[in-house]
Design a protein. Structure first.
Length: 293
């Protein structure tokens, strides 16, 4: 099954719902970064919300960066997306581990920590990128983003994110964002709130092979939820290459590059998003130095 993001409208167009299944891309991240089950659950949630927000962007050149830095053992997670969305992420401590929480589940909140910040940077072709900052409230990520939407974008939302991991890897991963339109009634919002509660965890619904349409119907309590766009396929893709890292080396400046050539005669750079290693020999470094002059 391909990963997918589908946009729906429910309750006669008064409730917007965007649902994502991200099992493959989170499994790809788990393998690339050799993530522990706990780090998989945390990074998987961040990749899913990054995919969902990335899919809202209008233009191919738009770029989204999400940084989450809490006081937990996982350190910092950074995820980047375009509007495809192609997403990638890196993490400070890929092998973080903690005992299960009081509900017998992976303790993502403890791993991220409940003190720290979410930074959302949207580069959408304006002079300055849009930067939204909001404090972590629980470290569980979905609640933190509901709080971010409320405080930074003045947008009432319900956010759900979930990753189910077993000994073989990612069994299911996905999420949804529900946003009432200005003309939504209290009654319709109340039906949605009750439906979300009754539906249960998104990762369980996906694991039970519910389609995104069935999930949208379930969480909104509307059997007639309409599909608005089913063409979006999120993927984990880094897009790094040697040329980009060569450009990065130029930014070191003449002095540092000369020092690197004289002392080491070579450079090895590892991409933090996919762990690919790029080697530069002395001749290549000298060529980069010339280009930078």
């Amino acid at each position: 099954m391909k990963d997918q993001i589908i946009k729906f409208l429910a309750h006669d167009g008064k409730i917007s719902v965007v649902c994502a299944s991200t099992t493959n891309l989170v499994e790809e991240a788990r393998k690339l970064h050799d993530l522990s089950p706990l780090a998989t659950a945390a990074m998987g949630r961040v990749l899913t919300i990054t995919s969902l927000i990335g899919a809202e962007m209008k233009n191919k050149t738009d770029k989204l960066t999400i940084q989450i830095k809490g006081n937990g053992p996982i350190g910092k997670i950074v995820a980047v997306a375009d509007n495809t969305p192609k997403v990638k992420a890196c993490i400070t401590n890929p092998h973080a581990d903690l005992p299960l929480n009081e509900f017998g589940k992976l303790d993502v909140g403890g791993a991220i920590g409940n003190q720290g910040f979410i930074n959302v940077i949207k580069d959408i072709g304006l002079k300055e990128p849009y930067i939204g900052i909001s404090p972590l409230t629980s470290g569980e990520i979905a609640e933190d983003f509901a709080n971010y939407f409320q405080s930074s974008e003045q947008r009432q939302t319900a956010v759900a994110l979930g990753v189910l991991v077993d000994k073989d890897g990612v069994r299911s991963s996905g999420g949804y964002i529900i946003t009432p339109m200005p003309d939504a009634t209290e009654e319709e919002i109340s039906i949605v709130e009750q439906s979300i509660f009754q539906a249960g965890a998104i990762s369980k619904m996906l694991d039970n092979n519910l389609s995104l349409k069935e999930i949208a119907q379930k969480v909104t309590g509307d059997k007639n939820a309409k599909v608005m766009d089913a063409s979006i396929e999120p993927v984990y893709e880094c897009g790094c290459n040697k040329e980009k890292f060569a450009d990065g080396l130029i930014t070191l400046g003449t002095e540092q590059l000369t020092e690197l050539i004289e002392e080491d005669g070579k450079a090895e750079i590892q991409c933090q998003f996919c762990n690919k290693v790029y080697n530069f020999n002395k001749e290549e470094l000298e060529e980069i130095l010339e280009r930078g002059k």
